[in-house]
Design a protein around this ligand. Structure first.
Ligand code: FES
Length: 144
């Protein structure tokens, strides 16, 4: 049912954790399944993502998706990171079952939310980046 890549990224997730004083932090959640994901990005002066970490309270596919997303954005420019969509995450994971596709969407939203936070802190506009949905409740915040 799950690809070997998904199982690998679920059982041995890369980049778990957080970045202190991150350039951008984004937290997103899916109201239906209740899973939540927080993404931390460290972005240098040239706008290149040097480090990416995540914390996910959710299903295995969400853990694998967020881990893969952090791998995919590392070394990319902010603009290039916008191309790390759920389709890109899905492809890199060799697919997910249809009922789990929304888990990869959460990874895309987490990247966007972290980039949005970065842009706000820097006072810049990232072309093509939309404001993320804010659906994280306070009690869920305590998980982190
Ligand atoms: Fe909702 Fe995976 S079941 S993120």
């Amino acid at each position: 049912m799950y690809s070997e890549k998904v199982m690998d990224y679920f059982l041995n997730p890369r980049n778990v954790g957080e970045i202190e004083d991150a350039s951008g932090v984004g937290t997103v959640g899916n109201a239906k399944c209740g899973d939540i994901m927080r993404m931390f990005l460290d972005i240098d002066e040239a706008g290149i993502i040097r480090e990416a970490k995540f914390k996910t309270f959710g299903c295995g596919a969400a853990v694998a998706s967020s881990s893969m997303a952090t791998e995919l954005v590392k070394g990319k420019s902010v603009q290039e990171a916008l191309q790390v969509t759920n389709a890109a995450v899905l492809e890199a994971l060799d697919g997910l079952p249809p009922v789990k596709v929304h888990c990869s969407l959460l990874a895309e939203e987490a990247i966007h939310a972290a980039l949005w936070d970065y842009a706000g802190k820097k006072g810049i506009v990232i072309q093509g980046l939309k404001k993320p949905k804010e659906d994280i409740h306070e009690e869920e915040e305590e998980l982190f």
